[in-house]
Design a binder for this molecule. Structure first.
Ligand SMILES: [Zn+2]
Ligand SMILES: [Zn+2]
Length: 812
């Protein structure tokens, strides 16, 4: 229909899917509609956002263009469908009531770090939210961890119990306010409160602006007290500032964060850090640190531009960084590590705490807090209040907590910049539950149960793979509960009813048993290392077969052996094993993982036979022969000595052989220390093959080739005898393994004609090996892909499993 000005008036219905709820999308649409003089409405539904707009075709086109170009920072548009419909002649543009539909396609935003606008208000003495530790807006704040159901509205979150005051309500209802429909919107008058508890859970300091007459607790106070059935004892003062003072004088505190509790102490205080390590029974793994700003981080570590922007990104991961010489953090923060895991504050509580802590420091002293997961070693992070006080009472002298419940446990994400991009060690807070888009449509709704260690699960629907937050090692009831509840929660949030379940072939994995126990009709087992390679294929949308190198500690092989260094020809449908590290017995199974000396002895026995006991090297001289004879007997009689091709165990063996470590406190410790040692020689260049340790690749008819490293052991033993430094041996060993794997790829290319290589597996968390191998492969004109959006370790295999299962369904 022509308008008065001669242009055509049109009405369009625009349906948008993606992350468009809880990220300020509707006010943005509203603003754009006003700008272009359009009428109609916008609403959230469980599919995403639906817009109907009416106006001239020109302004409709401009409006539609702006949706893509100017969307709010946290929004992600996956699909936008527009159709012309009949005119309605509305009088204005409105934001209509949310609709709960049948289909739940709407994506849920991950938790997001406090934005600049909110930070500014937080430290503005004139602002009504000055120092209020729950300030947020549509561009920042908690999301995934507080959402109980969809569509995402306040009454489906743990903010439900805090009715908004008049001022907050008017912000919430004003489409031009940046808190318009910010579901966690709150202020000191109406929102959650923070409390400082003493060791047994008594409230020591409630939030200062909310002091009431003792003995008359409010509803919020009662909920904060939870199971702590004691009368309130009100004292004046700000609990965050008091917590900062306590930390500055050496206390260890539990601090409630977004997805769980942290344990915190002054990272420069040797005694506090030592105490924390002792009480937490975490004898070796490094603690993460939080610093107030990038400048402080730069005084501890070397930080590139890329690393700086990752630290400052709204995801706010822990970033692994190279420690500067003379870095003042206590030695017990990260013993034997040349890196530190650092993050910047990501909640308003962190911002206030870190600032107050810095003000308590002496002039010139850096403000650095240890912020490690609130748990005893191996347990999952505590996130429920009464449970946290109980579980952490033996560690923390007090607890800085609040009365906004955490619905979903979610640990910090851990990342680093390497080999030209980002690498995840753990994908969790700030990333989950944002889906990874696949290059194909899932032929059915699927569930993949993941592995045993560093478990994540994955649900697939449409083109989206929803990978869970880090669940942990499925070794205790609590983690298993978290796994089961997590799957149920994700199924509800994303309305997924799996028809297919994918699982690891290891019959003893709890995730596998869970999969086999479900009543999901189709069950597809996926070999562990195939899943690793498939995760790379899925991430990068690769459909043609590739040469895959899967290198890790443990994975169940199709022959029942413990695989862990596999060169394969693989696509999503299947794999062919082209080569693997020579099988060694793994004496005592799991025991051998904790005692690397066993693998050193096994490799020496394999290389030299029984004569190895005559070798004049410290490892052999110090070997406990009574223990070795038992192992040798077990090996001879094939008792609990599964054959293994694990590359992780080979690193263990070399670490033990050069005297670095004969036992470990966690898997991978020896290998990590070997890498640190090797890095001391960084810059050494090996120009001739003769500079490297030798190896042999044994080709066999119709069988996978064997990568034989016994020549390497002979050469290392010779070096030890000649007194070559251990760091030099470690460095040369890394380069030699890179050369071995690159050479194996070269043979694989001759055999298959393939020139694309995918690398995955926990061993590729080894930066030295990874960068060296990528470089060698590129020199050989291979195209190399690695995991960028999921971890290379077992945290990434659920993505590979789901992609493999989908490929099988597609073929049927
Ligand atoms: Zn904000
Ligand atoms: Zn309020």
């Amino acid at each position: 229909m022509p308008s008065i000005t001669g242009s055509i008036i049109e009405r369009r219905r625009i349906v948008i899917q993606g992350i468009v709820q809880g990220v300020g999308f509707r006010p943005f649409v509203y603003g754009q509609a006003l700008q272009w003089g359009l009428v109609g409405f916008v609403l959230n539904d469980s599919g995403g956002v639906t817009i109907e707009v009416e106006g001239t075709s020109e302004s409709l086109n401009c409006f539609q263009g702006a949706l893509h170009k100017k969307a709010p920072p946290l929004a992600r548009i996956d699909t936008l469908n527009a159709e012309t419909i009949a005119l309605c002649y509305d009088s204005a543009f409105t934001i209509a009531q949310s609709q709960a539909g049948n289909e739940r396609q709407a994506l849920i935003s991950p938790d997001t770090a406090t934005c600049d606008d909110c930070q500014h208000e937080l430290f503005d003495q004139e602002d009504r939210r000055f120092h209020y530790p729950f300030i947020n807006c549509t561009n920042c704040g908690p999301r995934f961890t507080i959402i109980q159901d969809v569509p995402y509205d306040r009454d489906k979150t743990t903010m439900r119990v805090f009715p908004m005051c008049r001022e907050c309500q008017s912000e919430y209802e004003d489409p031009l306010n940046r808190r318009f429909h910010a579901q966690p919107n709150a202020c000191p008058t109406c929102g959650p409160q923070v409390y400082l508890l003493d060791r047994v859970g008594n409230i020591k300091t409630p939030f200062q602006t909310n002091i009431r007459i003792a003995g008359h607790p409010t509803k919020a106070d009662k909920s904060a007290m939870g199971a702590i059935n004691r009368p309130l004892r009100m004292t004046h003062g700000d609990p965050i500032i008091e917590a900062a003072q306590q930390l500055a004088t050496g206390a260890i505190l539990a601090i409630k964060g977004l997805g769980g509790y942290h344990l915190a102490c002054d990272a420069l205080n040797d005694e506090s850090v030592r105490q924390l390590r002792q009480r937490k029974h975490r004898e070796a793994k490094p603690f993460a640190l939080m610093v107030p700003d990038l400048d402080t981080a730069r005084k501890l570590c070397r930080i590139s531009d890329e690393e700086a922007s990752l630290l400052k990104s709204h995801h706010r991961p822990i970033v692994l960084l190279s420690r500067l010489p003379g870095c003042p953090v206590a030695p017990d923060v990260a013993p034997a590590y040349d890196t530190l895991g650092i993050m910047l504050p990501y909640t308003p509580l962190h911002h206030v705490l870190l600032q107050a802590f810095a003000e308590n420091m002496n002039v010139g002293q850096l403000a650095v807090l240890v912020m490690t997961s609130g748990n005893l070693s191996d347990e999952p992070i505590a996130y429920k209040d009464d449970e946290a006080v109980q579980r952490l009472a033996s560690i923390a002298e007090g607890t800085l907590t609040h009365n906004r419940d955490i619905h979903m446990r979610c640990d910090d994400t851990v990342m680093r910049i390497t080999a030209g991009g980002e690498q995840l060690f753990r994908r969790s807070r700030g990333y989950a539950p944002e889906p990874i888009m696949m290059s194909f449509d899932f032929p059915a709704q699927l569930l993949a149960c993941g592995g045993h260690l560093k478990n994540t699960f994955c649900l697939g629907k449409g083109r989206q793979a929803f990978i869970s937050q880090h669940i942990g090692d499925l070794e205790n009831l609590e983690t298993l509960t978290s796994f089961r509840e997590g799957i149920e929660h994700f199924q509800r949030l994303f309305d997924i009813h799996p028809e297919v379940v994918a699982y690891d072939l290891h019959p003893e994995y709890l995730a596998t048993k869970y999969a086999l126990d479900t009543n999901i009709p189709q069950k597809i087992g996926v070999q562990h290392h195939h899943a690793h390679i498939a995760s790379v294929l899925a991430e990068h949308g690769l459909h043609e077969p590739v040469i895959g190198i899967a290198a890790d500690g443990t994975g169940y092989g199709t022959d029942g052996a413990v695989w862990g260094c596999e060169i394969m020809k693989a696509d999503l449908l299947g794999f062919e094993r082209l080569a693997h590290l020579d099988y060694m017995p793994l004496p005592g199974g799991e025991q051998a993982v904790h005692q690397p000396w066993r693998m050193a002895a096994v490799n020496l026995a394999q290389t030299y036979g029984n004569a190895f006991s005559d070798l004049d090297i410290p490892f052999v001289q110090q070997l406990d022969y009574s223990k070795w004879r038992v192992l040798a007997q077990m090996i001879a009689q094939h008792i609990n000595c599964p054959p293994t091709s694990s590359l992780g165990r080979l690193f263990d063996a070399v670490a033990a052989l050069i005297g670095l470590r004969s036992t470990v406190l966690y898997e991978g410790q020896a290998a990590i220390e070997l890498e640190m040692l090797a890095r001391q020689q960084e810059g050494s260049i090996y120009k001739k093959p003769a500079d490297l340790y030798p190896f042999t690749i044994k080709k066999r008819d119709q069988m996978p080739a064997i990568l034989d490293v016994s020549p390497m052991f002979r050469a290392i033993v010779r070096h030890i005898q000649q007194g070559v430094s251990t760091s030099h041996i470690a460095h040369r060993f890394h380069h030699s393994i890179a050369e071995l794997l690159a050479t194996a790829c070269f043979s694989a290319r001759e055999q298959t004609g393939l020139h694309v290589v995918a690398l995955s597996g926990g061993v590729f968390q080894n930066q030295l090996l990874l960068t060296q191998l990528v470089q060698r492969l590129e020199e050989m004109a291979f195209q190399v892909y690695i995991n960028r959006r999921v971890p290379p370790n077992d945290g990434g295999i659920s993505l590979g499993q789901i992609a493999v299962a989908a490929a099988h369904m597609q073929r049927r």
